[in-house]
Design a protein around this ligand. Structure first.
Ligand code: ADP
Length: 600
């Protein structure tokens, strides 16, 4: 219920329109009573005395006198006019409610997406892509239909139910009580099935989200799938999930069908009793035939909404599964959040200090232990060590994708946890091994670094990144050329240079290069190294590199092993130390290895 109210809150800004829509719905609901009443009038008042030349009846206080045939013509034109009007009102209602419902969908999607942008990396580490996407798409859609379609149905059906019961009671309370007797039977039947259905709906939603992730990965990783000839393997994985959903869908269909049929049986049972007992009342002279026919019609309008109300509850229960998922997302707090009195980092010099920093991604898996170092402004700091020792984690902490579990990180004497994320990230640039480019043109991707950059600034950045030449000479359309999804239409080296241009445009004080030249051929590498050298000038730079040739001139090399810093110094100092670094250096430059457990 609490969640339902929370969903309804999305309708609040559109309340006047919504109420107008509901008002129209009430009118349309009432219109359903029209036909049975006309039928009763025709049978009891017009056809009861077909021989009469003139019949007088009062309609809304007016006494009207016509022959029976004329009465039929009057009734025909009344019915046509009435339904034309109802059609018009229904049209307006559909437009109004559709408007409200689409606005609600728009608002909800916006809110979920904005919240997603706020959440920290830890959220993305845990949730699969499909899980997240299905919340933004399917789950939000199903909530929207709850606010409008379902509430329309509830209101219409409740109004119908109450009005019909009221009229039927006035005609015969005994018959009405008998017709309502099946209500507890239908409700009991519903409660028997709904718990089982809810469990299945929940399983289904989660499984579909997993399948979405697998589908996404199969598409995004199409090249790897093909290269390894794993098409059948992928097919089997997705099929396995889908087969499970098939099983659940069929179980749901079975439960729903059983629930519907049993209720249908009770309904027929009630109808039969009413028909026979009503017939008995006609024989006894307590009821006219016209009233019985109209009563019988009303019964359909009583049972119909009753069944629908019960079914709607099933729809609500189904939507509640979606609401748990959407609100679960909206309620998850960013793990890296700004403190209430966070300050804007002023223009920094780029002094980065780690003081006894310990960090865990997961509580049972410590990654960094007691890391301390001091990187002065404009220094080039290299992080080296075997894969998995925590180098990228250090760069993640500097960019504050995560907060340290213990210890403090300072930038220019500001505790990183006390500053606003915007002011920090505006001054940090990151170039990775595999940079993510967005669908769009080359120019748009460079401009991602600074959205208000002019065309000239984009070209300047591109020149500095050694990208201009290939953009102009090799790409049809130059800066307007589309890079494709994730930059698929560009080579690795080209993507890298676009990413460097993007970072140059940002002009960060602190720069992180995480294996930025690792996966390149030697020609690209020299061009990129040149671009990176330009980029590094006058900035504090952290370089993570496997190839030591790129870090020989570093001001400070931090050698890491198992989440700790084991050696610290310049290239010459570390060679002199003859430890882990010297070992790796000798290995890479094919001199005598001394310590073979380096590349473990
Ligand atoms: P390196 O850059 O030195 O290769 P990383 O800093 O990427 O190493 O990783 C250090 C350790 O942290 C590894 O054991 C890795 O499995 C773990 N790790 C990295 N990222 C995550 C994450 N998002 N969630 C959980 N564990 C992670």
């Amino acid at each position: 219920m609490k969640e339902f109210l929370r969903i309804l809150k999305y309708a609040r800004p559109y309340l006047p329109r919504l109420l107008f829509g509901f008002f129209l719905i009430l009118i349309i609901a009432q219109s359903q009573l029209f036909m049975p009443l006309v039928q009763r009038f025709v049978i009891d008042d017009i056809l009861s005395d077909v021989k009469a030349t003139e019949l007088t009846h009062s309609v809304f206080g007016y006494h009207l006198t016509y022959s029976p045939t004329h009465w039929l013509i009057v009734i025909l034109s009344t019915i046509i006019t009435f339904y034309a009007l109802v059609g018009l009102i229904s049209y307006v209602r559909t437009i109004v409610m559709e408007w409200v419902s689409q606005r609600i969908l728009f608002d909800m999607r916006n809110q979920v997406f904005s919240h997603l942008q706020k959440l920290s990396m830890r959220f993305y580490d845990v949730q699969g892509t499909g899980q997240i996407l299905s919340r933004v798409k399917e789950d939000v859609s199903s909530l929207r239909s709850l606010v409008t379609d379902t509430s329309i149905d509830i209101l219409t059906d409740m109004m119908m139910f109450v009005t019909v019961v009221f009229i039927m009671f006035r005609w015969s309370w005994k018959l009405t009580l008998i017709s309502l007797l099946i209500l507890p039977l239908v409700a009991g039947n519903y409660f028997f099935f709904i718990g089982r259905l809810r469990v299945l709906w929940r399983h289904l939603r989660h499984r579909w989200a997993d399948i979405s992730t697998e589908l996404y990965e199969s598409v995004a990783g199409a090249k790897v799938v093909k290269a390894f000839h794993r098409e059948n393997h992928q097919k089997r994985r997705v099929f396995r999930g889908m087969r499970q959903t098939l099983k659940w869908q069929i179980a749901i269909a079975k439960y729903r069908a059983a629930m519907g049929r049993i209720s249908g049986f009770f309904q027929s049972f009630g109808t039969a009793i009413v028909l026979c007992y009503g017939g008995y009342l006609v024989i006894q002279g307590e009821f006219t035939i016209g009233t019985l026919v109209a009563y019988y019609q009303f019964l359909g309008r009583l049972y119909g909404p009753m069944m629908k109300l019960i079914n709607i509850n099933a729809t609500i229960q189904e939507a509640m599964v979606s609401s748990e998922r959407v609100f679960g997302l909206l309620d998850s707090q960013p793990t890296v959040d700004e403190v209430p009195d966070a300050v804007d980092l002023p223009e920094i010099r780029g002094h980065v200090k780690f003081e006894n920093v310990t960090f865990y991604y997961e509580p049972e898996n410590p990654v960094l232990h007691h890391i301390s170092f001091d990187a002065k402004p404009d220094m080039m700091v290299a992080l080296v060590g075997p894969s998995g020792c925590g180098k990228s984690t250090i760069s993640n902490l500097i960019a504050r994708f995560y907060d340290p579990t213990e210890g403090t990180i300072y930038i220019d004497d500001h505790d990183l946890c006390q500053v606003t994320l915007k002011s920090l990230r505006n001054q940090i640039g990151i170039v990775l091994q595999d940079n993510f480019l967005f669908q769009g043109s080359v120019a748009e991707n460079i401009q991602f670094g600074r959205l208000d950059a002019t065309e000239i600034e984009v070209v300047e950045a591109s020149l500095a990144a050694n990208a201009h030449q290939f953009v102009v000479e090799e790409l049809p359309g130059g800066y307007e050329a589309e890079v494709g999804e994730r930059g698929m239409r560009l080579s690795g080296g080209q993507k890298q240079r676009i990413a460097i241009a993007r970072t140059i445009l940002r002009n960060p004080r602190i720069l992180i290069l995480d294996e930025a030249t690792s996966s390149l051929d030697s020609e690209s590498e020299s061009l990129i190294q040149e671009a990176l050298d330009t980029l590094m000038k006058g900035r504090t730079t952290f370089v993570i590199a496997h190839r030591l040739s790129t870090i020989l001139k570093a001001d400070m090399i931090l050698v890491m092993k198992d989440g700790g810093i084991t050696e610290k110094g310049t290239h010459e100092q570390l060679l002199e130390l003859n430890g882990l670094y010297a070992n790796m250096y000798q290995k890479q430059f094919k001199t005598k290895p001394q310590n073979i457990d380096w590349l473990n």
